[in-house]
Design a protein. Structure first.
Length: 347
């Protein structure tokens, strides 16, 4: 291929990408519920497969799985919604408490010769604005679930289709055994990643909730939910989840409890990120920090808060698809967190 044709090929590819992104943003009201349904269906597929292996009828398996999803999402939604309402009503009190705690802290610093004006600090750090930002992000996620019936119906149809998909693929790709194996490997990798990541994130959220409840921080379920959701975002997700909880602990209970809150987040995320995840998931699914950041910006702009939360799973799925295609493996290497895994695989 000549240099001119190669340049034209890349320009056409870039233009197609821009058109696709614009179309996704325009259709976000339809695409976002569908993305959530696919995510829920993939996470629930192993449970349904386990029931079917025990010879439970397909319709009953799907009914039981959907019942579990409804009870889980309904219970968590009620708790988080109640916490958001209470948080909104408490914001003026927290703002006053923040001014009091900061004045005491700055007075202590002034006594040891470090002079800092509270008026300057107030211009940079406003906990009420941060809490409102968290509430707005969670409300955006809730608004994506307003078409809850549509999401659940889509999950049901996806699960029904998943039962027949292997047979259809065998018929459709009768003369392409290698392509069928690549596709099955890709689906299994995506399923394994999402199930393990969801389980680990759930463990993170539960432990954070229990820790904040023990030390007495308000709304532990809310901050546990933030830890669960943002655990899907590597590198920076745990930091983003910790900031509002630490600020609230500082405002409510003082600097000592803010330090204990931060310590809890650090210990949990170090243990999960360095012990549990590598053991069950392996180190081959990492993304470079730049790719993580750009994914957050792109999918957050296209789909809002839901896009930011699902941006990394979406990018991981793209990476798995690239790895399944020998011609595109070079691109999977480029977005990987390091080249060590790939070089090790060759030896």
């Amino acid at each position: 291929m000549s240099e001119q044709h190669r340049g034209t090929h890349w320009l056409v590819g870039l233009a197609s990408f821009v058109i696709i992104i614009a179309g996704l943003k325009a259709a976000s009201q339809i695409v976002v519920p569908f993305m959530l349904a696919v995510f829920i269906a993939i996470v629930c597929a192993p449970l349904m497969a386990s029931l079917r292996r025990r010879r439970v009828p397909t319709w009953l398996s799907i009914l039981l799985v959907v019942a579990v999803v409804l009870v889980g999402l309904g219970g968590v939604g009620a708790l988080v919604g109640s916490s958001l309402d209470n948080l909104s009503s408490q914001l003026p009190t927290y703002k006053a408490r923040f001014a009091e705690e900061m004045s005491n802290l700055l007075a202590g610093l002034n006594n040891i010769g470090i002079h800092i004006s509270y008026d300057k600090v107030k211009g940079y750090v406003d906990p009420s604005s941060l809490m409102q930002l968290v509430a707005k992000a969670l409300s955006g996620l809730g608004s994506a679930l307003t078409n809850f019936v549509l999401v659940i119906m889509t999950v049901v149809f996806i699960l029904f289709e998943a039962v027949e998909l292997p047979k259809k693929l065998s018929l459709a790709l009768n003369d392409a055994t290698q392509s069928l194996e690549h596709f099955r490997s890709f689906i299994n990798s995506v399923n394994r990643y999402l199930v393990i990541k969801t389980s680990v994130s759930l463990l993170t959220g539960v432990v954070i909730t229990l820790w904040l409840w023990v030390i007495g921080v308000d709304f532990p379920v809310l901050w546990g939910m933030c830890a669960f959701l943002l655990n899907f975002v590597p590198n920076i997700g745990s930091i983003i989840a910790a900031v509002p909880a630490v600020l609230l602990a500082f405002v409510q209970l003082g600097p000592l409890y803010a330090g204990l809150t931060a310590l809890g987040f650090v210990v949990v995320n170090l243990f999960v990120g360095n012990v549990i995840e590598p053991r069950y998931m392996g180190r081959g699914l990492g993304l470079s920090t730049l790719v993580v950041f750009l994914s957050l910006l792109l999918w957050g702009w296209v789909f809002g808060p839901v896009g930011m939360l699902l941006s990394i799973p979406l990018t991981i799925i793209v990476k798995l698809a690239l790895e399944a295609n020998p011609k595109m493996q070079w691109l999977a290497v480029m977005i990987d967190s390091s080249s060590n895994q790939k070089s090790n695989d060759k030896h």
